[in-house]
Design a protein around this ligand. Sequence first.
Ligand SMILES: Nc1nc2c(ncn2[C@@H]2O[C@H](COP(=O)(O)OP(=O)(O)O)[C@@H](O)[C@H]2O)c(=O)[nH]1
Ligand SMILES: [Mg+2]
Length: 192
Amino acid sequence: MDKNPIISIIGNGGVGKTSFTIQFCYSQFVEEYDSMIEESFRKQIEIDNEILIIEILDYHYYDEWNNRIKQKIYEKTQGFIVVYSINDKYSFNELENYLNEIYKYKKVNDFPIIIIIGNKNDLEDERQISKEEGNEFAIKHGCPFYETSAKTRYNIEETVFTLLREIRKYPFDSKSNSNSNSNSIQIPNQIV
Ligand SMILES: Nc1nc2c(ncn2[C@@H]2O[C@H](COP(=O)(O)OP(=O)(O)O)[C@@H](O)[C@H]2O)c(=O)[nH]1
Ligand SMILES: [Mg+2]
């Protein structure tokens, strides 16, 4: 696997993308993280005896976003975490749009690696989407699925590690990334 895989986390505003990322990277839950700028977080991890430095892109997806910028980000992304929150039906209904966007902006010959998560699983009293609904949606789209909580850290590491293992199964086509990544080592395609 590329030693510096890039992951994008996408989904509606307020579902917990930044909280998820901060919990994963710093093991903290920051109640009022007030940032409207695009952020990129890096973390060194060990997975299956391999050391990786992963980069998580936590971007804000405004409608007026320039399609070219979006395309650039999507092209260099090796794995997507697509997030809804279990207490927000609207965020669940929007998932299909995010998936379509990934398929649209990824190069045709790229196989997008996607994991779906239902965040805020600690808010059981406010639940609007059952775990079964989330799971069914993910199965329909051939993606792994977890419920998570950025507050309690429930399934946060599992999500990222599962995504990384999926990425490893489908070696990234680095051609689409050759300019920005020219000094990285080319790893021959593994036989899965
Ligand atoms: N109870 C609970 N609150 C959460 C969770 N994740 C995020 N939040 C809260 O939801 C709000 C939006 O989170 P944020 O990470 O900014 O969402 P983003 O817009 O998707 O980046 C904040 O007030 C967070 O504290 C979670 O897993 N559980
Ligand atoms: Mg955010």
